[in-house]
Design a protein around this ligand. Structure first.
Ligand SMILES: [Zn+2]
Length: 250
């Protein structure tokens, strides 16, 4: 017991030291962790079985808990999207065992994003680059609590990997790097104040449209993430030549 405690302490200390060395520590990350690098926003979707819903599990509650955690970490979450950004998918498959007072559940947490094939970089596909699953069981009385606490642990693991790949101190610098590189890549950036990949903005627009929106407007779902531009104020959006959307009235 004593040696175990000691080795845990050593591991913790080693991890602290690694955290202090961003450049060399990055090389030590797994490819699963590295795949989370520079992701600044994601869609969160939660699905479960009819039996789980009937037992009181609410997908929307779980989604809200997760988006809150992610936003606290600095990851912007987008309610629904047709196409574009990474998607964090939480699949809760839970079934009641007949003639037994027991639920069996399997929770999958998957991060899907667009990747290119190494053998043919022109080929873009959506792939799972990060995943974690947990198979367990519980009594019907504890079911909802049990699922929520397991999801919390899985999401903690996801956030830990996210932070390992995106150390907070480095993230601000990286965001600036992207803002500096983007005009050259897209060729058509209007203002340097527009930061399409940073986490927080009050209003958004497509770079191909004259209209700006609140981030939760349903028109926003139709904007491809590569075309998204953000503004921190109405004035900023209007100055950039955009007018307010008639639906969300930003
Ligand atoms: Zn709108």
């Amino acid at each position: 017991m004593k040696t175990k405690k000691h080795s845990l302490l050593t591991t913790a200390l080693a991890m602290c030291l690694l955290g202090a060395l961003p450049v060399s520590s990055f090389a030590k990350l797994s490819s699963k962790q590295k795949s989370l690098r520079l992701i600044t926003s994601m869609v969160v979707s939660v699905s479960t079985t009819k039996e789980a819903r009937e037992a009181g599990l609410k997908e929307e509650d779980i989604r809200k808990d997760i988006t809150t955690r992610l936003e606290q970490t600095g990851v912007k979450t987008i309610p629904e999207y047709m196409y574009g950004p990474p998607r964090l998918q939480i699949r809760i498959k839970a079934y009641k065992i007949p003639h037994q007072e027991m639920f069996v559940d399997n929770i999958d947490v998957l991060l899907k994003q667009e990747v290119t094939l190494a053998r043919n970089p022109e080929e873009k596909i959506t792939a799972v680059t990060w995943e974690l699953s947990w198979l367990s069981n519980s009594s019907p009385q504890r079911f909802v609590k049990h699922i929520k606490s397991n999801i919390k642990i899985l999401i903690d693991a996801f956030i830990a990997d996210y932070l390992a790949a995106n150390p907070p101190a480095k993230r601000a610098a990286d965001a600036n790097d992207i803002a500096a590189v983007l005009p050259a890549v897209t060729g058509k950036q209007t203002k340097p104040t527009v930061k399409p990949t940073t986490a927080e903005y009050k209003y958004v627009a497509s770079k191909n449209s004259k209209v700006f929106h609140k981030p939760d407007c349903r028109w926003v779902k139709r904007i491809l993430v590569k075309n998204l531009v953000g503004y921190n104020g109405r004035e900023e959006a209007i100055e950039a030549g955009k007018r307010p959307c008639k639906l969300c009235k930003p």
